[in-house]
Design a protein. Structure first.
Length: 219
């Protein structure tokens, strides 16, 4: 299996977990990857011939038991390495993805489990994504996005998409996991949201708000 195929397997698994669904639409993969529907459909066909996914036209795609096993192993390794690289080696959260991608394929089960114990058995990676155990069980993934929260409510960010451009933007604007923001205003016409906390007021795009997940902490 090449890296592109592995990326699809992981993304299908992540989306089914995030949305708490057995099957996802192929256009959700197109949206997340930024690929055309045609290229996504071509890859799904390749994965189906390898018995890694099951595709039902007009309904969606799901992982086979074989595909799920591979996805869990790779995601677990990837997120454990991200924790190590950030916590122990001081890498920034926007720079660990590529190295974690390489390390996840070169790590034996024995080394990975030793690393997991060494890190104190973390439940989440540095982006707020839950780390599955060997059987795929994990903490619930935050699915409520900031753009879904009503004006006047307060929101805590507990997960962000692992996209380099997004993470750099968050760094530049000093937006971190577990920050709490009150939603001050939504301007759908201009596509922006005004948020505020004790550090001040910020204006972010609705596109960015859709990539920040967490929970509402006020009634």
């Amino acid at each position: 299996m090449n890296r592109a195929e592995e990326d699809y397997i992981k993304m299908i698994y992540e989306l089914t977990v995030e949305k708490d669904l057995f099957m996802i639409k192929t256009n959700e993969l197109s949206d997340r990857f930024g690929f055309t529907d045609q290229s996504v459909n071509e890859m799904i066909k390749k994965l189906e011939t390898k018995n890694l996914v099951s595709f039902i036209p007009y309904k969606g795609v799901s992982l086979t038991p074989k595909g799920k096993t591979i996805a869990i192993r790779m995601i677990r390794a990837h997120r454990i390495w991200e924790v190590f690289l950030t916590q122990k080696l001081g890498f920034s959260w926007e720079s660990v993805h590529e190295d974690a991608e390489m390390l996840e394929h070169a790590t034996s089960t024995e080394v990975l489990e030793a690393l997991y114990k060494y890190l104190g058995k973390p439940k989440y990676c540095q982006h707020g994504n839950p780390i599955p155990n060997l059987k795929g069980k994990m903490e619930k993934s935050a699915t409520l996005s900031l753009d879904e929260v009503e004006v006047g409510k307060t929101f805590e960010i507990t997960r962000v998409l692992d996209l380099k451009e997004l993470l750099i933007f968050l760094n530049e604007n000093e937006i971190r996991l577990h920050d709490q923001y009150e939603i001050m205003d939504k301007d759908s016409f201009n596509g922006v949201i005004k948020i505020k906390n004790q550090k001040g007021t910020k204006i972010i795009s609705i596109k960015t708000a859709k990539m920040l997940f967490g929970h509402q902490i006020s009634a």
